[in-house]
Design a protein. Sequence first.
Length: 559
Amino acid sequence: LNLLAQLPELAVISRSSAFSFKGKDVAIPTIAAQLNVAHILEGSVRREGNRVRITAQLIEARSDTHLWSQTYDRKLESIFAVQDEIAAAISDALKLKLALVAGKTVQPTVIKAANAAAYDAYLQGREFINRRGRENMEKAARHFERALRLDENFAPAHAQLAIAKTLYSGASREAKQSALAHLDRAQELEPDLAEAHAGRALLARLAGDYDSMVEASQEALASNPNYIDAMHWLAIGLRGLGRYEERDAIRKQMWASDPLSVIGRANYASWLNDRGRLAEVHEIADQLLTQGESMAYTLHAEAAMASEGKLAEALSWGLKGSASSSYVMWAFLWAGEYDEARRIDQWNTPWVDALGGRWDEAIRTTREKLQLDPDSKRVIQDAAEVLYYPGRIDEALPLYERLFESAPEGRPIPGYASLPLTMRLAFARRQAGDEDGAQAIAEIVRQDHAARRAAGEKNQLQDQAEAMIAAFEHDPDRAIAALKLAIQRGLRGLIFLDEPIFEDVRNEPRFVALRQELVAILDAEHERVLQLICFNNPVPDDWQPMPETCDGVAERSSL
């Protein structure tokens, strides 16, 4: 697959989608239709003693006829050399049969593994990475560690171990250092290894360095044009740089190359979510329930919370995935169950305190974290936010400025909720008397907001940014209309209506009515949350609410 993908005239389906048919009795035309391809290459491997027989055949899908077939008998003196020899032979045969005119001769690269057992452990680890989810990443890491115990010089295992560790715990300093050590070792062994470049792209994402993320992803794809994870990280990097048309082109390439994989469909679902196509998101999540439960639950929870504002539904899906899910914590937070939220994630304790009205405690905790980890962008952001909301804007300003320093030139602060976060910097500059500086920041947000709208993004974050821009421009009608739309699209954080930037419209009757509307929605969702966890807990064997949470709660037949 990797070799054929390097032929520029040939569109090759990624391994994760192609192998989803392995061992299944599915007609060739059906497979071709699901993968949207014109030809199918299939084959088998049989081993007898120290010999291996490999068969391959090319089938024209529309007529279900054989165009070419070949059998290869080889000694198993070096399975990796045999693999590459036969891959090259099949590639050459297909170039002739499909009348491809390759621009260059593509040579296979012999896999540098000491033994088949190390390679087998590596392949198992790759399978778990494709499934995503914290538990799967931990399993993947164990397989890669086993591969390295069997062959310390197996470069792909070093690179994929770095990727697995980064995916489930990359925010910590220790995880970053460990990942870097493995990536350095991988590239010392194989300088052009695609997986090593991809690992550096992932680390660049954590640092908010989108230029490096794009560069590393492109280097990975130069070595392996069919590497779906590298495509995914390239798309994220392009989005971070505001290159939305290029981002969408890469997304389309991903969906064409990997239409049936877990991560491919999950990425497509997130793209649909940003565009408000929620029925399709839930449909994809349902399809994934039999293939990757953790990702399916996450997609359902994401759509329910971030786009529909259904806190109880999001909580139910989140609990099914993992009781430690961020969707579980935020569902409890927005519903006002602060003690339950505190049990889920100790890292987010400052937000539990803040939303519960204990701002001084939240500020103290974030300052302590900032002393321990002064370069963490997440900690800096939390520290800025818990100062900004209660009105200590002069203290928040230098922290927002530090975040802005990490942004590419002319771009908003990187990360989730990028535009609202950057508008808070604009407002803080205005409060400090720097109107020119405030307008410069606001203009960055205006331009990126317009570009995202032009790219088809329709979600509550875009509406929230629109409302903040309007309030900044002293346009109460537009601010209130945008907030109303944000609530319709799932905004459930009452704190966002209490933003200091809305101080000029806070007493406007329509704004007061809108706030009351959100309070009523949250009261109803709170009741649904209590009914769920007290009487319809979806995971009673894995998680239980605190007894005091359900004290005095009466069961209702329906809500």
